[in-house]
Design a protein around this ligand. Structure first.
Ligand SMILES: *Cc1c(COP(=O)(O)O)cnc(C)c1O
Length: 225
């Protein structure tokens, strides 16, 4: 079992390379974020041993419990927060994460600005767009994205690196990826965090620079997550 993750990683990297080439894009233009939420250090270590250094988690507490120990054992780890962020966890989030993919409201922008200034360094910031306008999902609505990005830049002096989206589970993802790319382009944003285990090839075809792949590397998770 412990080698399954490493084997799956190699296969996913092959598929990413193939999709990147098929899209006529440069090999280094797509990065794999291995989403390790719910998996423990024992399952993550083989994937680190296989050379992967970029990982994603969706909860601040879980990441804080798991990653400091792994960072002591492995050099060069980069950790991205891909789940929602509460304002009261911003400070902690900045202490563990190198990037935040879920910036989606002014209150969070204000808190991030405050804590980034205190810390003297900024994580890579992605604005999450709720392309399917799903009420249960985080993210700014597509029609509000331009104004929110402007507000982040002008009111809060935040440097926004890109956009992130999670298409509705029951819809074809491609239109959502295309919409996200369009919003990014008209706002001068170069990074696109989109594509998961089931659809990263389509996301790469539509311009993803960061694909977030969990279960295809680590195996299936308990249903509740
Ligand atoms: C869990 C998660 C992923 C990975 O999903 P898989 O289908 O397991 O690849 C990607 N993005 C976010 C935001 C997630 O929460």
């Amino acid at each position: 079992m412990s080698d399954a993750g490493a084997e799956n990683l190699r296969e996913i990297l092959r598929q990413i390379e193939k999709a990147t080439k098929a899209a006529g894009r440069a090999p280094a233009s797509v990065r794999l974020i291995a989403i390790s939420k719910t998996f423990g250090a024992d399952e993550i270590a083989p994937v680190l041993d296989a050379g992967q250094r970029l990982f994603g988690e969706n909860r601040v507490q879980e990441a804080k419990a798991k990653w400091p120990g792994l960072r002591e054992r492995y050099q060069g780890i980069e950790l991205h927060l891909v789940g929602p962020l509460q304002t009261n966890k911003v400070k902690e989030a900045l202490s563990v994460f190198d990037a935040i993919h879920s910036l989606d409201r002014p209150k969070l922008a204000a808190e991030l600005a405050k804590e980034i200034q205190k810390a003297g360094k900024s994580p890579l910031l992605f604005v999450q767009v709720n392309t399917g306008a799903e009420p249960q999902k985080a993210g700014v609505l597509p029609e509000n994205a331009d104004a929110f990005i402007k507000e982040c830049r002008e009111t809060y002096s935040l440097e926004i690196a890109g956009l992130m989206c999670i298409p509705p589970a029951d819809e074809a993802p491609a239109p959502h990826f295309a919409l996200t790319k369009k919003i990014a382009e008209r706002n001068g944003l170069t990074l696109l965090s989109m594509g998961m285990s089931a659809d990263f090839e389509s996301a790469i075809n539509l311009g993803a620079t960061h694909v977030r792949v969990g279960s295809a590397i680590f195996g299936s998770r308990p249903k509740i997550v």
